[in-house]
Design a protein around this ligand. Structure first.
Ligand code: ZN
Length: 145
């Protein structure tokens, strides 16, 4: 397992992209709308991990609620699962609360979340390892930054 990305909730995605690009060496940047999660996300590729900036696309987005309740900041840490189904079974067998089951996240990768109450206050995402060609074929929207 390794850290796939660290996600940060932001009010204004374009402004946030500018801020992060000024301080980080970003190898690649992709912007995408994830309709399932009602967010517009920017993935900033660094040398060995990524930063995901997330902006709500609607008033009933879970990220909107997060921003209202807690303001901008770290929203979740994502771990690349070795075998997502096995890793989820292990988590549930150990009494972890899974939020919402397996679903499609950015790049069409299957993801799920572990409730922060189960793991010391951190919302943790499990995401399956990307497969070749997946990023392109499943991307729903890109502004081409
Ligand atoms: Zn994420």
């Amino acid at each position: 397992m390794r850290i796939d990305h660290i996600a940060i909730a932001v009010n204004n995605l374009d402004e946030a992209i500018g801020n992060y690009q000024r301080i980080l060496k970003v190898d690649r940047l992709e912007v995408e709308i994830v309709h399932n999660e009602k967010v517009r996300v920017a993935m900033l590729e660094l040398a060995d991990t990524r930063i995901e900036l997330m902006e709500p696309t609607s008033e009933d987005s879970p990220i909107k609620k997060f921003l209202v309740d807690r303001g901008e900041g770290i929203h979740h840490i994502a771990i690349t699962a070795d075998d997502i189904e096995k890793d989820i079974s292990r988590a549930t067998a150990n009494g972890m609360k899974i939020l919402g089951g397996l679903r499609l996240g950015s790049y069409g990768r299957r993801i799920t979340f572990i409730h922060p109450k189960s793991i010391n206050g951190v919302l943790m995402e499990f995401c399956e390892a990307p497969t070749k060609g997946q990023a392109k074929s499943h991307r729903t929207n890109s502004t081409g930054h």
